[in-house]
Design a protein around this ligand. Structure first.
Ligand SMILES: *Cc1c(COP(=O)(O)O)cnc(C)c1O
Length: 415
């Protein structure tokens, strides 16, 4: 197997750059770089037939991934996550078919491993020795894990008040955790300074060209799991937007390789009511999103006030005939509980937003009953137990009738 990567191309000014050097954003206009491939060559080797014998991890689609030497294709068994039917939610919301791409089953519990698995592996191949990023959430853990896997030094800058589970995860992988008396932007500025003075490689969202390559594997998997076709709609909790632009890029490449047709799902962005720069720009008909001041939401993955890929996200939404909507924090928590209670999937609050968005879009008629819809469940809920309320009875160990402590059962629904 070999990668058919040919060069990097700026998504904004079109300038071409060598992929064999460590690159960040476009040196000419400072916008997002994309990896480009010889898709004719890739097509001949990444066939439906050939894929049948390959493992389900990030490197299943090696021909259209950026690592060129398989020795640097580091894996922790990420990817290959199930595309689950959600029949109870479907009938509750009024869909014929609703599916959940359960990314919570990934190592470290989130889809962030796809992006960082690709970026860290490629950085290692290009000779980087230290990877660094600002993050208060899932990205930090994912980077720390792959830095270890690839034998690199990992450095994470986090706001001081970051939940202890995130700090613990980074520390156990041996990353250096810098706690900052400030906000995530301040952490970003510190990493940038370290990158300048000590040569750390900054893995921030879309500030290097390869995280989106990892994230695009979600789109490829969805198409492959559906028998090489795309759904009618795809609902995605959007922060920096790597996932949505990666999935969009994947569909383009798959079409050029003859693996899918020209149909695209409606790409639907969901953001938090108090941090919705992309939704605001979408509604205003703008190509760029202005910074959202005083952003706050329980969903740290959605707490991104300014996205460097704003134009790429908005293009995907518009070209696909999709839309962009907001959900409040209370609604997210409700969505999280609903997904767990109906389908047995414990996901993060970001995912709760997508569940509620699906319901709202059905109620408003934006999505039709017949439109097969995929909810991207970006992370597990296990890092968010603090958001789950509830009391449990304490029983005397000799209690003769434990059944009296159990509420009357709900009627068992048919499978
Ligand atoms: C990072 C994150 C998001 C946002 O993803 P982007 O691809 O950066 O838009 C959504 N959900 C969770 C759980 C995340 O960690």
């Amino acid at each position: 197997m070999r990668s058919y990567i040919t060069h990097l191309e700026c998504t904004y000014c079109g300038a071409q750059h060598k992929h064999s050097e460590v690159m960040k954003t476009c040196p000419e206009c400072n916008k997002v770089l994309y990896a480009r491939y010889d898709l004719e060559g890739a097509k001949a080797s990444m066939t439906k037939e050939a894929l049948k014998d390959r493992e389900w991890n990030l490197w299943r689609y090696f021909e259209i991934m950026p690592v060129t030497d398989p020795a640097y294709a580091f894996t922790l068994g990420e990817g290959g996550t199930p595309l689950l039917e959600a029949p109870k939610l479907a009938s509750r919301f009024g869909f014929e078919r609703l599916l959940v791409k359960d990314e919570g089953l990934n190592p470290t519990g989130s889809f962030k491993v796809r992006g960082l698995g690709a970026a860290v592996s490629r950085a290692a191949e290009l000779g980087v020795d230290t990877v660094a990023m600002p993050s208060a959430g899932n990205a930090a853990a994912a980077m720390a894990a792959y830095a270890r896997r690839a034998g690199l030094r990992g450095i994470v800058a986090m706001p001081q008040d970051t939940p202890s589970v995130m700090k613990a995860e980074c520390r156990i992988y041996g990353a250096t955790v810098l706690l900052v008396d400030g906000l995530i932007d301040d952490c970003g500025a510190l990493i940038k300074r370290g990158a300048g003075s000590a040569g750390w490689f900054d893995c921030s969202t879309l500030k290097e060209p390869y995280r989106q390559e990892g994230k695009k594997t979600m789109g490829i998997e969805i198409a492959e799991q559906l028998g090489w076709r795309v759904p009618d709609a795809l609902i995605y909790p959007t922060g920096g937007g790597t996932g949505i632009v990666g999935i969009w890029k994947a569909f383009d490449e798959l079409e050029q390789m003859g693996l899918i047709g020209s149909k695209r799902p409606k790409m639907i962005v969901v953001q938090a009511e108090n941090c919705a720069p992309i939704v605001r720009a979408f509604n205003a008909g703008a190509r760029h999103a202005e910074r959202w001041e005083n952003a706050h939401t329980v969903a740290s993955g959605l707490r991104v006030p300014a996205a460097i890929a704003d134009y790429l996200i908005l293009d995907a939404v518009r070209e696909s005939g999709g839309t962009a909507i907001t959900v409040s924090d209370d609604e997210m928590l409700h969505g999280m509980e609903l997904l767990a209670r109906t389908e047995g999937i414990f996901a993060s609050p970001e995912v709760g937003s997508v569940v509620v968005a699906a319901q709202k879009l059905r109620e408003s008629g934006v999505l039709k009953e017949s439109e097969e819809t995929v909810l991207v469940s970006t992370a597990s809920g296990l890092m968010h137990t603090e958001l789950v309320q509830g009391d449990s009875p304490v029983l005397n160990k000799n209690e003769p009738n434990p059944a009296r402590f159990v509420p009357t059962p709900e009627r068992r629904s048919q499978p």
